[in-house]
Design a protein around this ligand. Structure first.
Ligand SMILES: [Zn+2]
Length: 94
């Protein structure tokens, strides 16, 4: 998996801009490369990279969303994992 597939990271929107736990969790997953955004449709998809998911979980545990427990942060990551597929639904239907 080429590293440049991560080039669309929202570098200026990280850390401080998240207003919700869900937004923060998604940002953490994208940042760590566990989740990617389709550059054509903007849909999020699971990159099915166990190392990236482990990094995201560690990061979520260490730097929990302000006001949320680490447990709640981990749950938010898992919630996203169950809510997205492994590929963009619009790309798939082309
Ligand atoms: Zn797509």
């Amino acid at each position: 998996m080429p590293l440049h597939s991560q080039r669309k990271l929202p570098l200026n929107a990280t850390r401080t801009a998240y207003r919700t736990l869900q937004g923060w969790a998604l940002g953490t997953l994208i940042e760590q490369g566990a989740v990617s955004e389709c550059e054509h449709h903007g849909h999020r998809s699971d990159r099915a990279d166990p190392d990236a998911w482990n990094r995201a979980r560690e990061e979520a545990w260490r730097t929990a969303f302000p006001g949320a427990t680490p447990e709640a942060c981990m749950a938010a990551l898992e919630e996203i994992r169950f809510s997205i597929g492994e590929s963009c639904p619009d790309c798939r239907s082309d």
